[in-house]
Design a protein around this ligand. Structure first.
Ligand SMILES: Cc1ncc(C[n+]2csc(CCOP(=O)(O)OP(=O)(O)O)c2C)c(N)n1
Length: 197
């Protein structure tokens, strides 16, 4: 079954991520591999960002680890539909650990955009919102462009774990690459959090 999406329901992923990050405050942000990491880098090369680069399926698990290790900080995972589905079992682990400070935003272009726009699983019957609800998330929903303030409230202020799926257009945004030096990224991240090296 092919689910159709109206253009008016689609976000521009770059503007959405930039809009969200303007309101990040002290939030720690994890970017999934590929496009969501380029979106983060284009918006805000903040040392409190973690960029996945190649660890497909691990963004939400890294978010869970951060949420448990840093319970006083908000954690936002921004990732793609393919990346989220590769690590979908993490939704159950997250719901079970129930970190109130963890939010996940899935930028759903219904495709594996980064590797050549192959059709993704959410173009068919697969529904990540239902999966998160079934896992036991505190809240999970589709985000609509008309309800951006609600999306910000969910991602930054609602009791987690929460998940939103934002449907985004499939397009070729210019690449904006953060560092891929893991040791440097970790050192910057720890320093930004005031942790000893
Ligand atoms: C384990 C693993 N399998 C496959 C890949 C190749 N790969 C890199 S990005 C990507 C697609 C990601 O799709 P999605 O998360 O939906 O992001 P999009 O690029 O569509 O925004 C794939 C399959 C990988 N990096 N790691």
């Amino acid at each position: 079954m092919k689910l159709s999406v109206r253009d008016s329901d689609l976000f521009d992923r770059r503007s959405l991520v930039a809009d969200l990050l303007k309101e990040r405050g002290e939030t720690l942000v994890v970017g999934g591999l590929g496009a969501s990491t380029w979106d983060l880098a284009a918006a805000d090369l903040d040392d409190r960002n973690v960029y996945l680069w190649g660890g497909m399926g691990l963004a939400s698990s890294i978010g869970l680890g951060l949420a448990l290790a840093q319970p006083s900080r908000r954690i936002l995972v921004v990732t793609g539909d393919g990346e989220m589905l590769m690590g979908v079992g993490s939704l159950a682990s997250i719901a079970c650990a129930a970190p109130t400070n963890l939010a996940i935003l899935v930028l759903d272009n219904q495709a594996f955009g980064e590797t050549g726009k192959q059709t993704g699983l959410t173009a068919g019957p697969t529904d990540i919102v239902h999966m998160a609800k079934g896992a036991g998330f505190a809240s999970a929903r589709i985000a609509q462009p008309a309800d951006l303030p609600d999306l910000k409230a969910l991602l930054f202020r609602a009791d987690g774990p929460v998940l939103a799926v934002a449907r985004v257009a499939l397009r070729d945004d210019p690449l904006v690459l953060p560092t891929n030096n893991g040791a440097l990224m970790a050192a910057r991240f720890r320093s930004a959090l005031g942790l000893a090296g």
